[in-house]
Design a protein around this ligand. Structure first.
Ligand code: AMP
Length: 296
């Protein structure tokens, strides 16, 4: 495994890679969820991973300075996972003095996380566009965990004509159902146990859908009824949206639906989602249902 610590090195090492390239952008503090993306990317001739805690996607009030970082451990994990090339730029490399170009994906960035984290997806789309230009992958792998991010990146890649395909990998969970996240280290043991309620709520909603319930208001009530059983969690939102446009669904429909929610435990915001019907939460279902379809 080669490690490129600068843009010059990355360009050199990338030139040496022949054949198809699978790319997994990350912010490090790696866990099994990240590794499932790497594993999927091994279908390509070469796997490139970036580790970059992107300052422009954090608001001033957010956790940029305390975001978990452990590069030696991350590199060990990636070496074992069979990665060919890791790119570890610094903020100064990605945003040198005088940097002034931003990628703003207008509509799908607006609701859900975009509404609660203004500027977040502008930072994400900008850094991913830069990384796509540097790595020039054929396939880029993203996690369902950040479903709105998938929709934003798909839209950006299509609008800016990046010659690549976006693949979406299902969310990896802890044994108690909690979606794996680098931020789970912020949780106390009690909070971690309590946070299992998020996946129970999703499961209850999915069961109701299987039983024929389609009314968003009714499905929301059912989900909230589960979430309130854990009073230490503060629900920020529980959304039922169109998985393509991310617009909130107002009326009953048999069309696939993206259920997403954010629950706060102490100072930690936990994000999760699932597609309905539940049979769509596979690589194939997610890749074809979340965000703009490849044909437009
Ligand atoms: P991050 O390091 O948080 O920026 O995440 C890097 C990539 O890993 C993103 O595409 C995430 O959606 C994905 N990811 C994060 N958590 C998980 C998870 N639990 N299961 C699958 N993919 C994940």
């Amino acid at each position: 495994m080669r490690v490129a610590g600068s843009i010059t090195e990355l360009r050199q090492l990338r030139r040496d890679l022949q054949g198809s390239i699978g790319f997994v952008p990350t912010m490090g503090a790696l866990h099994a969820g990240h590794l499932s993306l790497v594993e999927a990317a091994r279908e390509c001739d070469h796997v490139v991973v970036s580790i970059f805690v992107n300052p422009s996607q954090f608001a001033a009030t957010e956790d940029l300075s305390k975001y978990p970082r452990d590069l030696p451990r991350d590199l060990d994990m990636l070496r074992t996972a069979g990665v060919d090339l890791v790119f570890t730029p610094t903020p100064e490399m990605m945003y040198p003095p005088g940097y002034q170009t931003w990628v703003d994906v207008e509509h799908v960035s607006q609701g859900l996380e975009g509404q609660r984290r203004p500027g977040h997806f502008r930072g994400v789309a900008t850094v991913v566009a830069g990384l796509f230009n540097l790595v020039q992958p054929d396939f880029a792998y993203f996690g369902q965990k950040d479903a709105q991010q998938v929709a934003v990146i798909k839209q950006m890649a299509r609008d800016l004509k990046f010659p690549l395909e976006i693949i979406v990998i299902p969310t990896m969970r802890e044994s108690g159902g909690l979606a794996m996240s680098s931020r789970n280290v912020y949780l106390s043991p009690d909070e971690r146990r309590a946070a299992g309620v998020i996946s129970w709520a999703l499961r209850a909603i999915s069961t109701a859908w299987d039983d024929g319930e389609r009314e968003p208001a009714r499905l929301r009530e059912l989900g909230l009824a589960v979430l309130v059983t854990e009073p230490s969690g503060q629900v920020e939102y529980l959304s039922f949206a169109d998985p393509d446009t991310l617009r909130e669904r107002q009326t009953a429909s048999d069309d696939p639906c993206l259920v997403s929610l954010t629950v706060r435990f102490g100072a930690t915001r936990l994000l999760d989602n699932m597609l309905l019907p539940a049979s769509l939460n596979t690589r194939e279902g997610l890749t074809s249902t979340l965000g703009v379809s490849p044909s437009g």
